[in-house]
Write a protein that binds this ligand. Sequence first.
Ligand SMILES: Cc1cc2nc3c(=O)[nH]c(=O)nc-3n(C[C@H](O)[C@H](O)[C@H](O)COP(=O)(O)O)c2cc1C
Length: 200
Amino acid sequence: MNERISDAELMDPVFLERWSPRSFSDEPMTDGELAALFEAARWSPSCFNNQPWYYVYETDGEGRQAILDTFLERNRQWAQRAPLVGLVIARSTLEGHLARSRDFDAGAAAMAMVIQATMLGLSAHLMVGIDVDAAHKLIGLDPDVGKVVCGFVIGRRGDPSALPDPLRERERPSDRKPASAFAFKGTRLQLPDGPSPVAG
Ligand SMILES: Cc1cc2nc3c(=O)[nH]c(=O)nc-3n(C[C@H](O)[C@H](O)[C@H](O)COP(=O)(O)O)c2cc1C
């Protein structure tokens, strides 16, 4: 397994502890854990405190399966064991600054939820690989009112040996380019000449 190493002593370890597994145990989450996740999202910053995020989620029964069915097969195959499945939505009926930042704000709130999950010993995996039209249809959302941005699952990490071969090999934290490749002191953005370095 890759070991994630921080270049900054003062960074909180929670950021290295978070990664996106595909193996989940089916152990249910507690009501307290669920509440903490959405409460963390609640306190996220947003443009003019507009809070343009919504979540539709389910933990059991037909509704849970219906949400899973909106995930593309390549995601559903591993996501189906996780106890909490859901969709992240951003409000579309916004104009000006609010419209410009709605996905950013919904993403910030999602990250708060993911970090809170990590702090509770849970794992989260966000996924853009969903059938957006099917998701809109399922939750009864007019695209003029809101946009389904991505799906997510949250739960406890499970046994990776239950994953199909190609996924099992990828079941590890990934690396990153260094902060010096994207954070520039001064007034100039310094893009690399070649293709951007992607760390596996
Ligand atoms: C908006 C978003 C969409 C993503 N979509 C998918 C997806 O459809 N399927 C998948 O397996 N992982 C998906 N991921 C997970 C990323 O691949 C993962 O975060 C990235 O490779 C970095 O790995 P890490 O989260 O384990 O650090 C998504 C992540 C984000 C933030």
